[in-house]
Design a protein around this ligand. Structure first.
Ligand SMILES: Cc1ncc(COP(=O)(O)O)c(C=O)c1O
Length: 384
């Protein structure tokens, strides 16, 4: 039986057109080092600049700027680069950084590491929907605040944060604003001017691109210097190391396709999502939606089942050829309850009952039918 893949927030399959474009840069004469000035190098360089332009256009950045989009190895590196670079470049002006409790660990642990290096860190709370309050951000700002880093959409519960509001206040106070848009980019519009964002993180493998690819947007004029990788002058001194040419080509193609399909997919997937949410919360006892009921990603449905271990439910579904997730990555051996659900006020014992269904390109109404048919017996058998 075909496996139903309901875990697009974890990763996505590579789109065949993306793989095709990458293949061209893994074979034949397209192997040049983009720093070389002879033709092989120039071919690679041109392809990279084309990809850079596509990404810039997709987020409303300057498509002619050679420095606003920097290619990285993914969301984690972009987050680290953004936060570390902004903190150290501005440490002569202040040492205060604001973030929030439901960030991905790529942000949260970077900010915490800076806390150990002498920066003053404020981690803002969220409400029961996982929303950070823009007025809490405003209250937390001091004359030492140099950076605010808040995610656009949460990976575990799908909640979309009031980024434009926070961006406006950051801009008014001259504070650098970084946004992790790994989950939102390609699913909802992300425009760096409308959101008043200075630094923005995206990742390739959440949008049908290759794993290990991503980009960091750096608004022209932002006081930011690279602080992590020491090496060559690639990416205009912003990211040392020979470029991952096939990966960058693949990322560019994935972004192009995401922009073409976003509006249509947004509608289609939000209909499937709404049906999932409606049927799961009405047909089952002792289950509730997590995250915001309206301000959420179009492809994201997440639940808490009472008296059930999410991991066990995940395995039951897997046995029925359905790939879903609990929403939180746990290190094997140490099953910590999700920091996101805990920050939303879910008691630790209940936080284990989470199930996350994140839809994508291959999913259909029939997938939802089959999932709903399988979920009943699975839940019943686990609650005995
Ligand atoms: C919100 C968010 N930020 C960052 C990352 C890390 O991205 P990458 O896997 O490309 O390093 C993820 C991955 O799940 C994510 O969901």
């Amino acid at each position: 039986m075909r496996v139903i893949y309901f875990d697009h927030s974890a990763t996505t399959p590579v789109h065949p057109a993306v793989a095709n474009e990458m293949y061209n840069f893994l074979t034949g004469d397209n192997f040049g080092n983009p720093s070389s000035i002879y033709r092989f190098g120039r071919m690679a360089r041109e392809a990279i600049e084309l990809a850079r332009g596509k990404i810039a256009r997709a987020i409303g950045a300057d498509p002619n700027s050679p420095t606003e989009i920097v290619f990285t190895s993914g969301g984690t590196e972009s987050d680290n680069m953004a936060i570390h670079g902004a903190a150290y470049t501005n440490s002569n002006r202040g040492n205060h950084i604001i973030s929030c409790a439901v960030e991905h660990h790529a942000v949260l642990n970077t900010v915490k590491a800076l806390g150990q290096q002498g920066f003053d860190i404020t981690i803002l709370p969220v409400d029961r929907y996982g929303l950070v309050d823009a007025s809490d951000v405003a209250k937390a700002v001091t004359d030492k605040t140099i950076l605010i880093t808040i995610m656009h959409a949460n990976n575990e519960v799908g909640t979309i944060m009031p980024i434009a509001e926070i961006g406006k206040l950051a801009k008014e106070r001259g504070i650098i604003f970084h946004v992790d848009a790994v989950q939102s980019f390609g699913k909802v519009p992300v425009n760096v001017d409308e959101l008043s964002v200075d630094l923005l993180t995206i990742s390739g493998h959440k949008i049908y691109g290759p794993k290990g690819t991503g980009a960091l947007y750096i608004r022209t004029g932002t006081a930011w210097q690279q602080t992590l990788l020491h090496g060559g002058a690639q990416e205009r001194l912003r990211r040392a190391g020979t470029e991952n040419v096939p990966g960058i080509i693949g990322l560019g193609k994935a972004v192009e396709l995401a922009m073409e399909n976003m509006e249509k997919e947004n509608k289609r997937l939000s209909n499937l999502r709404d049906r999932l949410i409606r049927e799961v919360t009405t047909n089952f006892k002792d289950v509730r939606l997590t995250g915001h009921p309206a301000k959420r990603l179009p492809n994201h449905a997440s639940f808490l089942f009472e008296d059930i271990e999410g991991e066990e439910l995940q395995l039951k579904l897997d046995a029925e050829d359905i790939a879903a997730s609990t929403g939180s990555a746990c290190t094997s051996g140490s099953m910590e309850p999700s920091h996101v659900l805990m920050a939303m006020g879910v008691p630790p014992a209940e936080a284990y009952g989470s199930l996350r269904l994140t839809l994508g390109a291959g999913n259909t109404e029939e997938d939802v039918d089959r999932f709903l048919a399988v979920l009943g017996p699975a839940v019943e058998s686990l609650r005995i």
